[in-house]
Write a protein of this length. Sequence first.
Length: 177
Amino acid sequence: MAIKPTIFKLKISLSDLNRNYYDTLNITLAQHPSETAERMMVRVLAYCINAQEYLVFAKGMNDIDEPDIWARTLDNQITLWIDVGEPAVERIKKASRVAQALKIYCFNSKSDVWWDQAKGKISQLKTSILRFQWAEIQALAMLVQRTMEISVTITGDSAYVATKLGECEINWEILQA
């Protein structure tokens, strides 16, 4: 019997000072059985950083032809494709052909090696790549609960996250704009 995903319910008070975007997001999120808490929370951060109308969590790990997050128009055109992790160059090429905008959020301890090996090929593609600091993502993962109320304030290249269990600041570096 297959292991089922773990369901999380999030109520996020989002304040994006960079874009003057303020919203309360009620999200039900499925964590794939092979997904870590760190990866799941990077998906949540990526969602908050890009919050907009029609932005949804896609099938991601359950369907290799879909991103982790995307925004599509009513006529099904992909306006934004978001991948979390360190995708293969071929996947990035494919996504850059089908989406108007492509963003990648890398985060783990091996992201430096991935970037060093792939940047020559990726630099020619229309994609934005941001890297979170692994230690900060680990601190964020320590705050995870099945039902959470989260406050996320984005300013500059950082997000301040507060929950009932604590708070942390997540900084990111833009590897490619």
